[in-house]
Write a protein that binds this ligand. Sequence first.
Ligand code: HEC
Length: 139
Amino acid sequence: MKIIRSLTIGLIAVSALTYSCGGGGSSSSTETSTSTPPPAAAPVSLEEKYKDDPVFVAGSAKAKEAGCTACHMIQRKIVGPSYADVAAKYENTEENVELLTSHVIQGNVGVWGEVPMPAHPHLSKEDVETIVRYVLILK
Ligand code: HEC
């Protein structure tokens, strides 16, 4: 059951992505592409910045274990928002840890778009909190 359910959610995600990328073909190509290239000195990645922080070490290990990495990356949006985007949106407070932990365990939709995050009822609150604390330092 669980497998079928997450497959279905995956399919919804894929079709939503296809849909959102497919439209907009009718606009003319008069846009100028004169934007300046990014500066050469690349900033230190968040992973590099926090790799020795125990909150980062514990949370990223749990996130891998729990499969969050299938849909989330630290600095790039894939199926779900990047952790950096989540951290930018929510202050690192106990209330937000609680709120996001319940969104992860119960599943959620509508904050970041129409693609839902599936529920994770099999994960303990403690483990999810460990991951959420790690997400919220990534700024
Ligand atoms: C099947 C893909 C998928 C998996 C697996 C997944 N997520 Fe998500 N996640 C999403 C999507 C899509 C959203 C955006 C939902 C929305 O718009 O409300 C999201 C949103 C979030 C948010 C922000 C919630 C909010 O209310 O702003 C957090 C935090 C998060 N995920 C953490 C996790 C963690 C931790 C795990 C692993 C236990 C996980 N996700 C696993 C797809 C996924």
